[in-house]
Design a protein around this ligand. Structure first.
Ligand SMILES: N[C@@H](CCC(=O)N[C@@H](CSC=O)C(=O)NCC(=O)O)C(=O)O
Length: 277
């Protein structure tokens, strides 16, 4: 692992690191925030998965999460959204290929050799950060935005017992029935839709739900509402009697102004589930 930068931030350290990923067969970059409490021992971890077009950097510099994490004593991890590099497949559309990994393990050419973002976020990066930083692997939570909200919800439901709590900002809730999903899942996984079910929050919620508290925030003025399909997720949560809350935030759009407004609520929600408050 190589340190790219480390900056003092709210009494802790915001770092950026790169490493050779065996999983993605390329160099991957991630951000990691250690709160001041990490100087005294391992701290719990909140994963933040980002959306389409993002790198590790967008949320790190725009979500305003570090002040809240420092207050709660939580570390933050900001993974990239896809493998990158010259030898890595890409598409000219912003919503496929580099910057649009959709948190799945691709099984189709030309994506399959590098696009293994499920395994990267579920296995390889957790093992790396726990070995390199003072993090408590037994206390983890996950959140994300849009494509990253989809990733946070599907990983949380797909890995029972891993995350104490899950949350999402404007998640792509029902990708198997959305233009933000059908194109990507068929490209990465093939046309057989049964293979998509493990990567659709609504279908997972209908099937089994999440084994912890869940918080979802959705702006009423989000420009991508038709693609996100929040109402179907809200219905599925209610039908499942899923512990948690689905909130419509009046007047908010899809931007990081929305995310930064409610980030404090999400960090406090996870701190509570991780027994930090
Ligand atoms: N370029 C596209 C949409 C790009 C966009 O809005 N990306 C969002 C995530 S959308 C779902 O995953 C984002 O987080 N952008 C980065 C940022 O810093 O805001 C278009 O214009 O339609």
């Amino acid at each position: 692992m190589e340190m790219i930068s480390e900056n003092r931030c709210f009494g802790g350290v915001q770092g950026v690191y790169s490493h050779e990923s065996a999983c993605c067969s390329t160099t991957m970059t991630f951000g990691l925030y250690l709160p001041p409490q990490a100087a005294h021992g391992p701290v719990p971890v909140l994963w933040y998965l980002s959306g389409l077009t993002c790198t590790h950097e967008n949320a790190m510099v725009k979500a305003g999460a570090q002040a809240h994490a420092a207050h709660a004593g939580l570390a933050l991890v900001f993974p990239d959204t896809s493998p990158r590099g010259e030898g890595v497949a890409d598409d000219e559309a912003y919503d496929l290929g580099q910057g649009a990994g959709f948190y799945v393990n691709a099984t189709r050419s030309p994506w399959e050799p590098h696009f293994r973002m499920w395994d990267y976020v579920a296995e390889e990066l957790p093992a790396l950060v726990v070995s390199e930083f003072p993090l408590d692997a037994d206390r983890q939570a996950i959140t994300g935005h849009s494509m990253g909200g989809h990733g946070a919800l599907t990983l949380a439901i797909g890995l029972p017992g891993r995350f104490a709590s899950a949350s999402a900002f404007a998640p792509i809730a029902h990708p198997s029935q959305s233009d933000w999903g059908r194109k990507q899942l068929s490209a990465y996984l093939g046309e057989q839709e049964s293979t998509w079910a493990a990567h659709d929050s609504v279908l997972l919620m209908q099937d089994r739900g999440f084994d912890g508290p869940l918080l979802v925030d959705q702006g009423s003025d989000d420009q991508f509402l038709d693609l996100l399909k929040p109402e179907v997720l809200a219905e599925a949560m209610a039908a499942r009697r899923q512990e948690g809350a689905f909130r419509i935030q009046k007047g908010y759009d899809h931007s990081y102004f929305f995310i930064s407004t409610f980030m404090g609520d999400h960090v406090a929600f996870h701190a509570d589930a991780l027994a930090l408050s």
